[in-house]
Structures are given as C-alpha cells and as structure tokens.
Design a protein around this ligand. Sequence first.
Ligand code: 4AD
Ligand code: MG
Length: 436
Amino acid sequence: MSAAPDPPLARIELLGEHEGRRVRLQGWLYNRRSSSKLHFLQVRDGTGIVQCVVARADVRPEVFQQAGELGQESSLKLCGTVQADRRAPGGFELLLDDLEVLQNVDGYPISPKEHGVAFLLEHRHLWLRSRRPHAVLRIRAELERACHDFLDAQGFLRLDTPILTPAACEGSTTLFETDYFGQKAFLTQSGQLYSEAGCQAFGRVYCFGPTFRAEKSKTRRHLMEFWMVEPEAAFLDLEGDIELAEGLVCALLERVLERCRPELETLERELAPLEAIARPFPRLTYAEAVQRLRKAGLAVEFGDDFGGDEETALSQGFERPLVIHRYPASLKPFYMKCDPEDPSVVLNMDILAPQGYGEIIGGSVREEQLDVLDAQMREKGVDSGPLEWYRDLRRYGSVPHAGFGLGLERTLTWICGLHHLRETIPFPRMLGRLHP
Ligand code: 4AD
Ligand code: MG
C-alpha cells in the first residue's frame, strides 16, 4: 500500500483556490489566542495572514499542547482544510490537523503593542515582518515595476550605469569617497552622465539603481543611499522632458491606485488627493516661485535655493504636482544648458509633490556644445580630467538631449502619505544610522 500523497503547498494570498481541500502551509506565528478547547493561530507566510483553528477534539494531544505553547514568530509547517469564513480577513480559515514546529520562539522583541520609531529602526531586520512595512514595501515593488513598464513602453532601453565612478555628477560636497586600488573613486550620485553616453548610442535609455549622497542634513526627506530612475533621451527639449515626467508620475499613480488598494488602506492613505491628479501639471518659473514665496511672507531672494519650507509653501494651493523651471544657473550643476533667452537661468525643471511632500523629480536639458560645456566646467571648478570621455560625447555626434531623475523614496513617501522617508526603503541609510 502506498502512503497518501502530501497535500499541495498553498500560499495564503491564494488560499481561496483550495476551498474545501486539505493543504500544507509554511510560515510564522503572527499571534495566538488560546482557550481550553481551541487555539487560534494567526499564521503569516509573507503573502498574507490566515487564522488556523486547532480544536482539541480534532488533533493528536501532543499537537494541541504544542500549539498552545507557541510564541510569536515561531516557524511552522502546518496541514489543514481550507474553509470559507465570511468573518475572516481573507475570507478563509484553516482547520488544522497537523503541525510541525521548526523553532518555538520565546521573547520576540516586537510585540503587537506600540513601539517607538527608534526602537523599530534598531530592529528593522525584524520590523520588516509587520503589516505596515509590508504595505509600504509592496507598493515600492509595484512602483519599480511600473517605472520599468512605462519607460519600456515608451521605447527606453534600460542601461545599468556604474556605482563606482571617477568623478562627481551633482557637485563635490556630497561625495562618498573610497579607495580604488590607489586611485580615488566615488559612489555614484547619479547615473546621468553615463546615461547621456547611452542616449547617443540607443536614442532613449534609463538607469534605475542606488545612488549615494553624503548629505549632512538630518531631514525627513534625505537618505544617504536612495534609488533613482533616470531616463535620458536624445533630441529631447525641456517641454518634452516635462511631458515625459508628467506621464511617468501619472502612470505610477494609476498603477498604485489600480493594484495596491489594500496596502493603501493599511496605511490609511487618503485616496481622493491621489485620484484627483491628472496632466498637465501647473508650472511656475523659478522667478515666479520666488515672487509667490515673498508674497506669502518668506524671506527669499532671487538666487536662493529652495529648502523644505519653501517647497512646502509652494506646493500649497496646488492639487497637482508643481513644475518649477528655469532656476538660476548659479544653483545648478555644470552640465545644465542655459536658456538662450536668458543665460542667467538654466533649462531645468523640478517637480514638487503636492501636500508638502517636496521635490520628487529634478531634470534638465544638457549643454551639448563642447566650448560652452568647457566654460561652465571651468566656472564651477569641475576638473575635466576624469570627464574626458564625457567631453567626447560633444565631439562625436552631439545632439540636444534632456532627462531627469525621479527619487523612488520621495515619491513613495508622498504616495503612501508617510511623515518620513525612512520607512520607504528596507534598510535606510541616514545621518547617524548605518545599522542594521
Ligand atoms: O535633483 P537631483 O539631484 O538630480 C540629479 O541627480 C540628476 N542628475 C537627475 C537627472 O537629471 N538624471 O536628484 C533627483 C531626485 C530628487 O528630485 C529627489 O527625488 C531624489 O532624487 N533625491 C533624494 N532622495 C532621497 N534622499 C536624498 N538625499 C536625495 N537627493 C535627491
Ligand atoms: Mg534636485
């Protein structure tokens, strides 16, 4: 006689496909309630949480005893029958008949009670198992997928740019330096310069990867390591660049509203402000923005950069993201092209998220003439030595081109309605935090 075959291994999110049948589950104990005749085990497997009912009458005595001694986050393999239950969160529960305990845990540090943020960040490696990080990080993964889908559909080729680089892209004050076999190297601040080479090779490219800024600012909008998606296109002007950015932002919102409703609900994100967003986005020149700020009583002079307070003040009064273009050249990096109509400003654009979430996108037209680029490098004190290859791009088939970078964590902070961007990345790197 042959042994009965193992029941199929089920995922909690798809439990409904197994209604009325016996399945195996593997996962961790999220919570437990016990009485003399019944144990209710909340089990999670990463895809969801399901209630497993252990009835004294239905299982071997040692199984019933073991189930009653399980601590939070004990690792388990279980067998049981899937049963529809309208009161259960996912619509189903499991009537357990067998249990294997891989590890019974005593004293898991994160209990269902409230913990302070410092404690949770210290235990981020465990905090990842909780509902809130689950919701945020699932939306993060969906946003990444949507970035790829949108840009792929627009004919952009994904081109991976290096992390170790010989030169700065966004200025020398925020570089992480490292030793490269006796040579100085820096962690990349942006893949842009390499994407510029890519767009002359493939027409339209984008990079999407981690970028690094040694920002000595302890704000709720700054990480030392963050992810950026950066499209770059040959023959693109500022208008085209803005339209591309509007298209990307709308595609991201659409995707999250379509696929991440349960996660947004977990985060108690108000949906109406997200649903209201459509193209075109309102626009202000930098000069108009300064005027507005001064009218609102902020002490801003033409030529000042905008910080968090200014960004928040500017986005008030707009339901949609706000495009601010043509900043003073003095505030911006060497590669931006000056406006031929007013060379004191550059052909750039920043996009500020509504509701005070700050800048999510920065982009520009790039200077494509070698002599002008050289002059701008000299003026900004940029060493052209490590950028000889970049100057080549202006020697061989130079064309007008533009691009931008969208900060994934800033965008996620806005879409999830979070107070601080530290929750938007699995292991945040902040001023004074390198662990875990
Ligand atoms: O405006 P930034 O510095 O632009 C660039 O790096 C360009 N090279 C991009 C390009 O044109 N290809 O940065 C772009 C975006 C910002 O709008 C913001 O969303 C995000 O990157 N960002 C940060 N996010 C988290 N922490 C930081 N320290 C960030 N610095 C920039
Ligand atoms: Mg910027």
